[in-house]
Write a protein that binds this ligand. Structure first.
Ligand SMILES: Cc1cc2nc3c(=O)[nH]c(=O)nc-3n(C[C@H](O)[C@H](O)[C@H](O)COP(=O)(O)OP(=O)(O)OC[C@H]3O[C@@H](n4cnc5c(N)ncnc54)[C@H](O)[C@@H]3O)c2cc1C
Length: 477
């Protein structure tokens, strides 16, 4: 306990999981120290400045059904900076034949209840032959019937499931992968059915508004890191950047009631920082190195979660080339493209900034920026005729080699719960067992769950404000 009698919680890692855990613990009355190894907070969500404009490390999107993430945005006062569409509406473009106008078809929801809300859009989806459109319902209904608690779902790929339910490769490429790839970060033929089913059931098949999209209109660091740091400061928490933890220290003998060893603190900059509870909210590869013996069954097995890259190509044009806030593409290397003019700070009178987001970017992440810029500006010109006459004022490539774990079959059993086998040590991170793929929602959920676990273990629920309690109930249930 601290001098004030409040329990001391150390949170290791300042990504969304660590920020959510730190805020949850501070809201619950703990004395919190957040340790982040890098000079900045925000983890996998960050921004940088170049020639006076702001760019994100990669476009980030969430859905209306991302309830924990939305509450986190509310808590840090950022919700208005990442508004959600009134109704899901995404134009899907295909390059026109012989350089002609692109073919556009929309994925949008109607006012009907789920799953009928998407029916008219899918029945008129021009990028699929009528026979393929008519088959979509069969797989959608089969997905809707799956039980997410069924562990067998993680033994099969989403692609194999789609094939079993009559989906031809054309339908996988032009429709199912439009959703599976950016959410699970691998294509359907590699994705775990469990993770894809979570996204499709929760996002598209059960609630009509669940998949309405939201994204930031300010740089990500301004959306997450800065306001979260301010909340922590106001709550009296200590935030240390450039503070890389090298060890989790345990008490020499079993001290807890069930015979587990107890975490007593962490080593940072060669010094022991004592704590009554530790939340480890680092990526799985760092966790594998830091976890003390007994915390999880086999820390080395965490490496089996693998990694999947995301690459973004950001292009600044001298004029407006993209009429939509967001568009998807088929028959093109472009997967999704966003108008980022507002968040970049570019005056729309002087041009347009767009970000092409490439998930599952195994082929792209090793390529030279100049090659990627050439490839994607050419692809953008095929999709958006206005880009053909425009001048590229600047372009930059962001590459995240380990953007997420690789959401393949067999990963579920590798993802640990927040409670570890060491007393007072809790795990968080988008890679832990949240049921979600590696997403902002998963990260925040894991942080809230770890905070709830730590507060419960410290017997400190009495002081927890209602919002923290509600979140904990929802997340831990
Ligand atoms: C380019 C890109 C695009 C993405 N797009 C989307 C999207 O559209 N929608 C979506 O929902 N998700 C998206 N994601 C995934 C999402 O960003 C992540 O799942 C989430 O942010 C992970 O949060 P986290 O806190 O679990 O981990 P991280 O953000 O990785 O945070 C872990 C932190 O721990 C720190 N750390 C590591 N070791 C130590 C140590 N020893 N001591 C102290 N600190 C340490 C790290 O520096 C890091 O800051 C995307 C990710 C990337 C990279």
């Amino acid at each position: 306990m601290s001098g004030t009698g409040a329990p001391r919680v150390v949170v290791v890692g300042g990504g969304l999981a660590g920020l959510a855990a730190a805020i949850g613990c501070a809201d619950g009355g703990a004395e919190v120290t957040l340790l982040e190894g890098r000079p900045r907070l925000g983890g996998a969500t960050w921004s940088f400045e170049r020639n006076g404009l702001h760019f994100d490390n990669g476009q980030h999107v969430y859905m209306r059904c991302c309830t924990a993430y939305r509450r986190f945005l509310d808590r840090i006062g950022s919700a208005a900076d990442a508004p959600i569409q009134d109704r899901l509406a995404i134009p899907v473009l295909k390059p026109g034949a012989s350089g002609g106008e692109p073919v556009v078809s929309w994925i949008r929801r109607s006012g009907l209840p789920a799953p009928l809300h998407l029916a008219s859009s899918l029945l008129t989806y021009r990028h699929l032959a009528l026979a393929d459109r008519l088959r979509l319902g069969r797989a959608a209904l089969a997905l809707r019937r799956l039980r997410l608690t069924d562990t067998a779902l993680d033994a099969e790929t989403f692609g194999a499931f789609l094939e079993r339910h009559g989906q031809r490769p054309a339908a996988v490429e032009a429709l199912w992968d439009l959703i599976a790839l950016p959410t699970v970060n691998v294509r359907a033929d590699e994705a775990s059915l469990a993770l894809a089913a979570k996204v499709f059931k929760t996002g598209l098949l059960e609630e009509s508004g669940a998949a309405d999209l939201g994204w930031a209109r300010v740089p990500l660091s301004r959306l997450h890191a800065d306001p979260a740091a301010a909340v922590l400061r106001r709550a009296g928490a200590t935030v240390r950047r450039r503070a890389k933890v090298t060890e989790i220290r345990l008490a020499p003998a079993s001290t807890d009631s069930v015979g587990r060893r107890r975490a007593t603190g962490v080593v940072v900059d060669g010094e022991l920082l004592e704590a009554d509870a530790v939340v480890l909210a680092v990526p799985h590869e760092s966790a594998a190195e830091l976890l003390p013996e007994g915390a999880v069954i086999d820390p080395t097995a965490l490496q089996g979660l693998g990694r999947s890259p995301i690459v973004d190509v950001h292009v600044v044009y001298d004029r407006r080339v993209l009429e939509h806030e967001v568009a998807a593409a088929v028959g093109s290397p472009v997967q999704y493209v966003f108008d980022t003019t507002e968040s970049s700070g570019l005056d729309p009178a002087h041009g347009q900034c767009v970000a092409v987001s490439i998930s599952g970017a195994d082929d792209e992440h090793g390529q030279r920026p100049a090659v990627l810029i050439e490839k994607y500006t050419t692809a953008l010109a095929e999709l958006f005729p206005a880009a053909r006459a425009a001048t590229v004022v600047d372009a930059v490539v962001t590459r995240e080699h380990a953007a997420t774990f690789r959401g393949a079959p067999g990963t579920r059993r590798l993802r640990p719960r927040p409670e570890s086998g060491v007393g007072g040590l809790f795990l968080a991170g988008a890679w832990t067992d949240t049921g979600w793929p590696a997403t902002m929602e998963g990260a925040v959920r894991s942080g809230v769950a770890a905070a709830a676990g730590a507060l419960r273990a410290l017997g400190n629920e009495r002081g927890a404000p209602r919002t923290t309690e509600e979140l904990s109930e929802e997340v831990v249930a």
